[in-house]
Each structure stands twice: as C-alpha cells, then as structure tokens.
Design a protein around this ligand. Structure first.
Ligand code: SAM
Ligand code: SF4
Ligand code: SF4
Length: 376
C-alpha cells in the first residue's frame, strides 16, 4: 500500500498517515525496530507553548507574538493521549515522560497524570511516570502532581547565577523560584529530583562547578547535557558545544569523583558521584549526556508523541506518523496498535551516530522538528 503524505494542521511538518496492516497482530510487549532496539520509553509533549524563551530551544526572534502556536483543537485530548499511551504500553513501554513546551502550562495536567498512573506494564507493574519542567510553577503544582500519581520530576536549570539564568531563559525569570520548585518537589516526594543543565560554551560553562558544589550534598542527580543541533532555529554551531569529557575534567579538578556502574540498558547518561573524603561522606550523583560527542543511538528505545499526536522516532526526524489522524478516523485499538507496531518495526533512525557524515549532511532536505514541539 502507498503511504499518504499529508501536511500537519499548521503546515510546519510533514506527517504520514500510518498504514493499518491487513492482518492485525496483537501487541506482544516485545517490539523491535530494524536495529533490534526495543520500544521502552515514550515521551509525550502536552503543549508546544512555554513561558521561557531559552535561546537554544525557542529563540525569541522566532517564537514571538506572531508565532502560530497550535490551536486548542489540534491538541490531543487527555482521553486521546491516555488511549494511545495504553497501546504503547501494550507494546512494551515502561516509562512515560511528560514534556513540552512547558508541560505545567497545560491546564489540569494532574488529570492526565492520574489517567496514566492507572496504566500497568505488560509485566503488571506501575509505569515509571515522570515529567520534565522548567520549574517555574513547580512550587505551586508539586503536591497535586504527586497526589495524582506522578513518580518523579526532572527540572531544567542552566545556571545558579540569577543574571545568567535570567538571560538564558530570556524571560527575566528569577532562579530563586526554580530552586523553590526543586525544594517543593522534594518535599512532595517527587524525588530523587533530576536536574538538567544544557551547557553552552561561553554562555554558562563557568556555572558547571558552582552547580556541582551547590548540589553536592543533596539527593539529586545533576545532568550536564551537550548542546544539540536539534530543530532549525537555534543557530547551533559545534564551537558552542562543550564536550562532556571537559565537564567531568573541570569538576574533577575541584571535587574527587567516582564512576557509577551502568544500571539499565539504554541509559543515556554516564554517571559519577562525589567520592567520600576525609571530612564528608560520598555525595550526589553527576551525569553527562553526550548526544553530540558520544552518540547512544544503538541503545535508543525512545518514541516521541507530539502535542498534536504525531509519532516521531528520533529527536532529529523531519517527518512524523499521524496517530491523531488514525484516532480521529475511528480506527479501533487493535488497528492503531498494529499500525504503531509496523511503524516501530520499520525504524532505523540513528541521527547522532551519523552526524557529520555524508548521510546526515545530505539529509532529506525537509525541515527538522523543533524540540518544544516533540519535547526533549
Ligand atoms: N520546558 C521543559 C524544560 O525545559 O524542562 C520541558 C521541555 S524542554 C524541550 C526539555 C529539555 O530539553 C530541557 O531540559 C532542555 O534544556 C532541553 N533542550 C532544549 N533544547 C536543547 C538543545 N538544543 N540541546 C540540548 N538540550 C536541549
Ligand atoms: Fe521552554 Fe523548556 Fe524550551 Fe526552555 S527548554 S524554551 S523552558 S521548552
Ligand atoms: Fe535516539 Fe535519534 Fe537521539 Fe539517536 S539521534 S539517540 S536515534 S533520538
């Protein structure tokens, strides 16, 4: 059957209506793609809007008042999200991360959290249910999210210095409120909190050691993320990337670190922790996510569902699979599950491993999807 290519509602990205196979194979919980990678992890973007304008993600010059964000009618409803999530879980998904845009801007998000918390993996266990947030309204929401069934949160924090933080979020948002959000999440039982810092050389790299110092004695996992060439709007240059090896070297000059063992397959972070010294016990965890200098595509078990229900198989994809189209066409669960199965089985994406090589450079000529639209 020939796939039909249709532009999405806002004409920004192409999407293909997935094929429903003639024979509907029921999900087995063990789905492998063409590179033998299982489907374990689903990221769901619940809004394409954000109250920050981080230059590496939603630069102000492009995402201004004129920018056409998705209309409400384009978004998947909570019922649609939960229905799709259930089908992904039947295919073997164990971990769901809510993201965006800024997920806490989506009204009544707790209701969706409660619906997802009811799902069980194929083994009968609760999902690992998490959320990534810029932390700006976390202090207000942490207790309700926990009560709805959220397991953990990841908070993005690019600097401790208030001036640098305000410049990086480009919304003049004070760092103290994000720090209060992290504290509130811990108090609510949403820990251990993960903290993501995107490192941009010359912009916030001098905050690496202060961040390591600040969180040294806290039960948080600090993650340093290499600035990525995701999307088409952030003006990425390799010169702006500070390799993870340098991050660890800089911290190691000040604090002794020890390597932590790998605990799960597909773990994207390499992990260390503050080693014990004569005057203090071992401290908090430090991880690096080296998407640019040490690609981990061979273990990538992650699918992404955009705000309007397009399935993306890679952060660097330019084309999605229109699951909302299937949902709203009246397809049955069995049909949608079989279509998802077929899409994943056809997956061979490994952009970061090819980055810089002729294949990636040539690309498809199509515009790459933006991070705030499919979520990080
Ligand atoms: N608004 C939420 C937040 O900032 O945590 C959730 C969405 S945001 C797109 C998810 C993660 O992607 C954040 O930790 C952010 O720092 C990261 N991110 C965005 N653009 C990036 C880029 N170009 N390179 C590396 N990480 C990026
Ligand atoms: Fe918003 Fe998160 Fe993107 Fe920053 S990284 S602009 S907080 S979506
Ligand atoms: Fe996964 Fe694509 Fe990132 Fe590789 S580049 S790790 S396939 S999302």
């Amino acid at each position: 059957m020939v796939e039909r290519v249709i532009p999405v509602a806002d004409h920004r990205y192409l999407a293909t209506l997935p094929v429903i196979p003639a024979a509907l194979a029921a999900p087995t919980g063990h789905l492998l793609d063409r590179l033998q990678r299982p489907l374990h992890d689903l990221r769901i973007s619940v809004t394409d809007r954000c109250n920050f304008r981080c230059s590496y993600c939603m630069p102000k010059e492009i995402f201004d008042k004129q920018y056409g964000f998705l209309p409400q009618s384009s978004l998947l409803s909570f019922e649609e999200i939960a229905r799709l999530a259930g089908l992904f879980v039947a295919h073997g998904v164990r971990k769901i991360r809510l993201t965006g845009g800024e997920p806490l801007l989506r009204r009544d998000l707790e209701r969706l959290v409660a619906m997802l918390a009811d799902l069980r993996t194929v083994e009968g266990d609760p999902l690992d249910l998490t959320l990534t947030t810029n932390g700006s309204i976390l202090a207000k929401k942490a207790a309700a999210l926990k009560q709805a069934g959220l397991g953990r949160v990841t908070v993005s924090l690019d600097a401790l210095d208030d001036g640098i933080f305000r410049r990086m979020n480009d919304a003049d948002f004070p760092v103290a409120e994000v720090l209060a959000g992290i504290d509130a999440a811990e108090r609510a039982g949403l820990g251990p909190v993960k903290i993501n810092m995107v490192v941009k050389r010359g912009t916030n790299d001098h905050e690496i050691v202060p961040m390591a110092r600040h969180f040294r004695d806290r039960n948080v996992a600090l993650r340093f993320i290499e600035y990525m060439d995701v999307g088409a709007t952030n003006g990425w240059r390799m010169d702006d990337v500070l390799p993870s090896a340098e991050v660890i070297a800089r911290i190691g000059e000040v604090f002794p670190l020890e390597r932590m063992p790998v605990t799960t397959v597909g773990e994207t972070a390499e992990r260390w922790r503050h080693a014990a010294t004569a005057d203090r016990p071992a401290g908090g965890e430090i991880g690096t996510i080296s998407s640019v200098t040490k690609a981990f595509c061979h273990d990538c078990n992650r699918a992404r569902l955009s705000t309007e229900g397009k399935l993306f198989l890679c952060l660097f994809a330019s084309r999605g699979h229109d699951l909302r189209g299937l949902l709203r066409s009246g397809a049955s669960d069995a049909e949608i599950a079989a279509a998802i199965g077929l899409v994943w089985q056809g997956r061979d994406d490994r952009y970061s491993e090819l980055r810089g090589r002729a294949e990636a450079a040539a690309g498809s000529g199509e515009r790459r999807v933006e991070m705030h639209y499919i979520g990080g």
